[in-house]
Ligand binder design. Sequence first.
Ligand code: ADP
Ligand code: MG
Length: 697
Amino acid sequence: MTIDTNIIYLKGVGPQRADILAKEYDIHTYGDLLHYFPFRMIDRSHVSTLDNFNPEEPYLVFRGHISELHTITTGHSTRLEATFSDNTGTMSLVWFQGLKWLKEFLRSNVLYNVMGKPTLYGSTYQIAHPDIEIATPEEGKTVHPFLPVYRTTEKSKSRGITSRNIARYTETLLSQMPPRLPETLPQTVISKYKLMDGTTALRNMHYPPTLQAWQQAMFREKFEELFFHQLEYQYSRTARRNHSVGNVFNIVGRHFNDFYRNNLPFALTNAQKRVIKEIRADMRTGRQMNRLLQGDVGSGKTLVALLTMLIALDNGFQACLMAPTEILASQHFASFQKLLQGLDIRVDLLVGALKPSQKKSIKQRLANGDIDILIGTHALIEDSVQFKQLGYVVIDEQHRFGVEQRAKLWKKSATPPHILVMTATPIPRTLAMTLYADLECSVIDELPPGRRPVITTHGTDTNRLRLFEFMKQQIAAGRQIYVVYPLINESETLDLKDIMDGYESISRSFPQPQYQISIVHGQMPAEAKAYEMDRFKRGETQIMVSTTVIEVGVDVPNATVMVIENAERFGLSQLHQLRGRVGRGGSQSYCILMTKEELSHNSQQRIQTMCSTTDGFAIAEADLRLRGPGDLQGLQQSGMLNLKVADIVDDEPLVRATRDEVHDLLDADPDLKRPENRILQQYIKQTGSSQQWGKIS
Ligand code: ADP
Ligand code: MG
């Protein structure tokens, strides 16, 4: 046997069950089965007695004898009932399936372990479909002190594969397994971290002699999982660094300097300066840049994008900026035009709403090199959009862009363009360490001067009158206000009803002509949306009622109040994004989270987090803890979701240890040529990680 042997050949499996294992558990080979780990162990050595057990326990072990076996038929159903007794009492066992086998298996003079959860049936306890096994080993067989419990699906159980079956398969497989499988980790690493050897760990993951041995095995498996994840990512990053070809931007020239001298509207923050330096250094190396720029909302990422684009221009290349929505693209276009006033830089905007003739003209000028900077949405990556000399791509708010969409960018020029992905959703440190182990990272950890933290409060309907009073005061002081409604699904009429009801109620309390109100939601045509946004931006309307279309990036510094309705329906990162729409000017800003009275524990925690901090990283960490990594935006495409044993939240110390270990290892031996690292090189070859470096962006 090898770990690649098809599971169909394992005793007791066969074609039908192999099919279930494949479909329900993705188990195709012996190796897959070995790596399908139990999530719980039943301690057989801990036996309860029938006169004194805890009925609250989900699973108990009893030891005793079977007597009085009856087959009972009522209507169409037949069941098997047995009386089971230990020295202290009796209870009944009942089965509805597998009766024939049971009648042969159960004998009166044999000591059994009977396992399950007893429930009260009439006045006596009973276990339906207990797990049952012979307590004393048959000849040549051992009884393991622990019984592994595996996760199973409904479908699998209904088709005859239970946790117990899987436990039997793993037992069979382990009994056939050679005493030593090839080791998967370098011996140096094993000794350094005092890891259990690979074969023993695999055995102990299923049938450990002690709980401690199970935990040691678990540690080894988690280590191994995180280690190889890091190896794949970091190896591809190293390979990209060492082998990829990128445009060399070694000139900082006219465009950059003119802008810096004449057009820069304010002094850069130290964080902006540092990040620009990092990007400049990266663009000079002759290797293609793949960089993630993290910066909280309002930290001034746009200016970083613009300044670094000017470097591309200075080196004779075009640049483009992709935004997730047309509103944002238009807004970037407007602010670029304003910022670049008086400089001979040709900026244009390509969005879906343009007339075909306009689009055609833009594409022509782009191909001729008559456009220096193109701003747009996904429209930019359509095949028909051809650049003359694309050198640099900035992607704003990356969570909205899929991986394949980004991959399309690579086809746009012979040498892949430098890429900067900007995100305002701070990524918890552990996640960044794993998820983005293949990207360089820059962080703007400082807001422009003069910003005052937004004051956040929580309110319910009973506070609504006071809220409206407060809004009126702010409007009287010349400020503007957002009122945001959640959006679960743009096509849901329910969502539309929510916002329309809200709009009406606000219109009643804020009557025209004294007050002007804008409304923007996903079902409006793009021009209507843009029109309303413009009115609000120009200060012609005081209140903007909207769904989350304004979530990302919209910039109206005069807006100082963000009211979020049904705030309990938003996730933390979304609440944080929305709050970032205010507090952009110098005035004190407010965020009011309106919820219903009764909140779930989880919603309460989210609201509390928002009221107690404005630090995006703290919020991201809280989000990760409350929701788990599976729900975090942007994670769907990442390998981190496929972790089987490790947990990036609970196992943070291990995440760090493996990251550092892999880092040092690749530093000393980037091509994994040393004899002790040869198994790692084999792993890389098998997984094809070395081929992937060109695709990641
Ligand atoms: P984000 O990082 O959220 O994209 P923006 O780039 O939209 O942030 O910047 C937010 C606001 O801060 C804008 O109004 C911008 O003009 C302003 N800003 C950016 N950098 C600075 C700075 N160094 N000093 C003062 N204001 C700045
Ligand atoms: Mg932005």
